[in-house]
Unconditional design. Structure first.
Length: 335
């Protein structure tokens, strides 16, 4: 680096890139954190969170949780910038009034956007991350499914409750993606709980259902059972193949007129009585695959753009665990 470049940094005429700062840190034998601007070195802890959150359970967004999630989003965006990754925000499609036909059409477009075509979505969280959206798995109170947030600079952020079963996380992620697409203009307003029959929630639920189970798929699976009791083994088989809850399959069948509202209510009541409201038959396996944030952090570590201590802070894991996982990831990448 020339003297003129360094003088321009000192005068404030230019800003060094993170890659340049990493080289300076190595040359001076100091931690990179000492050279980073405040929002990157401390994860945004110095000020109020700037993410615009939308939460269907406002009381769960206490200041500590809000700050924690905002800090993770800050760190995620910083790692993206280190690696030259562009943040993603899906196209806004405002829907002031809930319209079923529009939602069904949009569900097909969103599936195409995710690259699913007519196939089962499979691991919904991995599909969403593959598009470049920030998806955070975070332990939340049992009654809270998730949140979503965005900024124009950092793109979309979806938070799902890591304590919930996979099928519920799949639905939550698509529900929050629906809010990012349909209701983005409401994120900067006061957070409030949804009213019963809220058209925004109906639209988000419908879009999530339709993305998980297309009209063609549900009619193909259940055409022989129209207006008949849907056997539990059949519903569990649909759950395991499509990554969707038994309850969502029932609600989808009712929406498309394959079963009546009364029958749907009776079958839901049967499952609630047999398994409780938070459980159901059939267990989807939890994936052990690394999330996008972990992969980006390990890539930055391998390129010496991050220190191991900073990586551990971003991932909120012990330093030795991060080093061990990095080694396993490098072995897998080379294999």
């Amino acid at each position: 680096m020339t003297r003129q470049t360094i003088a321009a940094w000192e005068r404030g005429d230019r800003t060094p890139s993170l890659g340049q700062l990493m080289k300076v840190a190595r040359a001076l034998a100091v931690p990179i954190e000492l050279l980073l601007p405040g929002e990157l070195s401390d994860g945004g802890r110095g000020g109020e969170p700037t993410l615009l959150f939308r939460a269907d359970a406002p009381d769960a967004l206490d200041p500590a949780l809000r700050q924690s999630l905002s800090r993770t989003a800050h760190d995620y965006a910083a790692v993206e910038r280190l690696l030259g990754e562009a943040p993603l925000l899906p196209e806004s499609r405002p829907m002031p009034d809930y319209d079923e036909r529009t939602v069904e059409r949009l569900a097909g477009e969103m599936r195409d956007w995710l690259g699913a075509d007519d196939a089962p979505l499979g691991d919904v969280l991995a599909l969403i991350e593959a598009k470049g959206l920030k998806l955070l798995r975070h332990p939340l109170p049992p009654s809270v499914s998730g949140f979503s947030a965005y900024t124009d600079d950092w793109g979309g952020v979806i938070v799902v409750n890591d304590r919930h079963p996979p099928e519920r996380q799949h639905f939550t992620a698509l529900h929050e993606l629906a809010h990012l697409v349909l209701h983005r203009g409401e994120y900067d307003g006061p957070t409030r709980a949804p009213r019963r029959g809220d058209p925004r929630e109906k639209a988000a639920n419908h879009l999530a259902e339709a993305m998980l189970l297309t009209r063609d798929a549900i009619e193909r699976e259940l055409r022989g059972y129209r207006n008949r009791w849907l056997p539990e083994p059949l519903l569990v088989d649909i759950k395991l193949r499509y990554g969707v809850s038994v309850r969502t399959a029932l609600l989808r069948a009712r929406r498309l007129g394959l079963i009546s509202e009364r029958q749907c209510g009776q079958q839901l009541g049967h499952f609630n009585a047999a398994y409780g409201r938070d459980r159901e038959p059939g267990d989807l396996p939890r994936t052990g695959a690394l999330g996008r944030l972990e992969r980006l952090v390990f890539t930055a570590l391998a390129q010496e753009l991050l220190t191991a201590s900073r990586a551990a802070e971003i991932l909120r894991r012990p330093l030795m665990e991060v080093r061990h996982e990095l080694g396993r990831w490098l072995e897998g990448a080379s294999g």
